[in-house]
Design a binder for this molecule. Structure first.
Ligand code: CO
Ligand code: CO
Length: 321
């Protein structure tokens, strides 16, 4: 059996030894680890870093920081402290540009009320930036990937299409409105959505990132032993991304996502929609499985799209119409 995606390499490690303080660890494959310290506060640990997704260094810094913090919000936690992780081609790119990247990250951290307390930089032919983030969460109220139940309503807090938009930007063939909407979405923290979900008693949540909407939904369903049904027409899209797919602006990650989920997904849609539903997102929104008694109010107050529901079908399967 071959290894098809980088995440699968983790499986080669087998069950991971973890001490009793590890409430959520490698074996759960959730958004972030949760470490019990014995009181009402647990630690949330996560890291994320990547190559530039936009041309402007400062904006890239903001996006990378919002993206790195997102896994803490997906667990219902609050990001508290971070370490910068930097790869930089010192021979070919000015350090002033790196200062802009770090300033972007710092401004986003300030917006989140998080302190940057250190970091590490290495020489790297391709620039990379991100953070290791430590947050806190009440372990009794944390949100998890494996807590979705049949009957839950699925909400999504951000539009889909950042992978397609940033791919088109690299090929210089995207209009201003699409990029502006993508940047605005990627630099929006998932903080308020997370806080309101926890307040409403939501138990199941994840953030939509590299595996795309359907990939992350599949993972949530598999972990929870449930299935899901979504209506693609209810999923909000960034402006113009359908046309960009038609023009062939599809990132490699999105193609891989489509083939990774093919045994689990029933598609009653056209190919363009299928691509959009699998588009690899950067700093995407929260995908929330909410009890129907709170879902309508939550969707309204978060301006989230109601995209479908959790069902009791074969675990991990998703039906997209
Ligand atoms: Co995540
Ligand atoms: Co991550």
């Amino acid at each position: 059996m071959g290894i098809e995606d980088l995440g699968q390499v983790l499986n080669l490690l087998g069950p991971h030894r973890a001490d009793a303080s590890v409430l959520v660890g490698l074996d759960q494959r959730d958004d972030a680890a949760v470490i019990n310290l014995g009181g009402p506060l647990a630690l949330v640990l996560t890291t994320d870093f990547f190559t530039p997704v936009v041309d402007d260094a400062y904006t890239w810094g903001r996006i990378a920081a919002a993206n790195a913090m997102s896994d803490v919000y997906a667990m219902g936690g609050r990001p508290m402290w971070a370490l910068n992780l930097v790869g930089w081609p010192r021979e070919t790119l000015p350090l002033e540009l790196l200062a802009d990247v770090l300033r972007g990250g710092a401004d986003m951290a300030t917006e989140a009320g998080m302190s940057i307390v250190g970091g590490h930089t290495v020489d790297d032919p391709e620039p990379k930036y991100g953070m290791a983030v430590v947050g806190t969460v009440d372990p009794e109220r944390s949100m998890k990937m494996d807590a979705a139940r049949a009957g839950d309503v699925l909400l999504l807090t951000k539009p889909i299409g950042t992978g397609i938009a940033t791919t088109a930007l690299k090929k210089q063939s995207v209009d201003e409105a699409t990029i502006a909407a993508a940047v605005s979405s990627m630099t929006t923290l998932n903080d308020r959505a997370s806080i309101e979900c926890v307040a409403a008693g939501v138990k199941a949540c994840t953030d939509v990132t590299g595996f795309g909407l359907v990939g992350h939904l599949h993972r949530m369903c598999l972990a929870s032993g449930v299935a899901a049904r979504i209506s693609s027409g209810d999923v909000r899209l960034l402006p113009g991304v359908g046309d960009l797919v038609r023009a062939g602006m599809v990132p490699g990650g999105t193609e891989r996502n489509m083939s990774a989920v093919k045994e689990f997904v029933t598609w009653n849609t056209d190919d363009i929609t299928r691509t959009l539903m699998c588009d690899a997102q950067t700093s995407g929104g929260l995908l929330i499985a909410a009890d129907p008694t709170v879902a309508t109010d939550l969707a309204f107050s978060l301006d989230a799209a109601v995209i479908g529901e959790i069902t009791s079908g074969r675990p991990g399967t998703v039906e997209v119409s």
